[in-house]
Ligand binder design. Structure first.
Ligand code: KIV
Length: 262
């Protein structure tokens, strides 16, 4: 898979599947799957490090997670997130950040929004770096929204998101994540664009879907947004396994003779 295959998938009406991943062990597992792409999202700050938002993710943090993921899934198409403000300090700083992530092994970078950093997107694309856009709910703007809220519900806001999607396509992005927007808006944007849309909380009309892996696996007990269908009761599985280990240790049945060295 490469960034051009995203366009080919849309032309061929083939849906695209992506998941986030932040570590080597899960990347190894994903390398055996048919998933089309992996996002080393800045959601790592929340999912892996327990921060309340993605604002704490730094270029260094995403670099470390990207390297781990690429070690585990070298053949997969890996997109690394450009963290908060890393692309808002002008093209030179953005190119430096993208350099770190691409030399960590990423195949593309993703950044939120478009207004005010059109020049950055253009420079990245002209430098041969595939860029994925991200519109709708942009978690790095959580404080401007006053919380994680569905975007594009009013006429003005939905027109504005559609305008930004067209701008991103014109700037040369190869795909756009649409997060938490009404299904009808996502459908309208998907129809209007040549490049694929990858939805999360954006309904079934997008060209592809992405989920946070821990949500997909049902590992997140405290947070279950309506769009995050758990495809496994991972939390139950983990808790059961740890309870069995605990019981076995305390009953003296673990380790058994065959699990010990003579
Ligand atoms: O960081 C992330 O996990 C993301 C997805 C929600 C698309 O940007």
């Amino acid at each position: 898979m490469c960034s051009r295959d995203f366009l080919r998938a849309k032309t061929g009406r083939r849906k695209l599947s992506m998941v986030t991943c932040y570590d080597y062990t899960f990347a190894r597992l994903l390398s055996k799957s048919a998933i089309d792409g992996i996002l080393v999202g800045d959601s790592a700050a929340m999912v892996m490090h327990g921060h309340p938002s993605t604002l704490s993710a730094s270029v260094e943090l995403i670099r470390l997670h990207t390297e781990a993921v690429v070690r585990g899934a070298a053949a997969k198409f890996v997109v690394a997130d450009m963290p908060f403000l890393s692309f808002r300090k002008g093209p030179a700083a953005a190119l430096d950040a993208a350099y770190v992530l691409m030399t960590a092994g990423a195949n593309a970078v993703k950044l939120e929004g478009v207004d005010g950093h059109e020049d950055v997107i253009q420079r990245l694309v002209q430098s041969g770096i595939p860029v994925m856009g991200h519109l709708g709910l942009q978690p790095q703007s959580v404080h401007a929204y006053g919380g994680f809220r569905v975007q594009g519900r009013s006429d003005d806001s939905s027109r504005d998101i559609a305008r930004q999607a067209t701008a991103l396509e014109e700037l040369g992005t190869f795909a756009i994540v649409l997060e938490c927007v009404p299904t009808s808006l996502a459908q309208q944007i998907t129809k209007a664009l040549r490049i694929p849309t990858i939805g999360i909380g954006a309904g079934a009309g997008c060209d592809g879907q992405i989920l946070v892996l821990q949500d997909l696996l049902g590992l997140n007990m405290d947070f279950r947004p309506k769009f995050a269908r758990p495809f496994l009761d991972g939390a139950r599985g983990v808790l059961d396994a740890v309870a069995h280990f605990d019981e076995a240790v305390k009953a003296g049945t673990f380790p058994a003779t065959e699990e010990s060295y003579s």
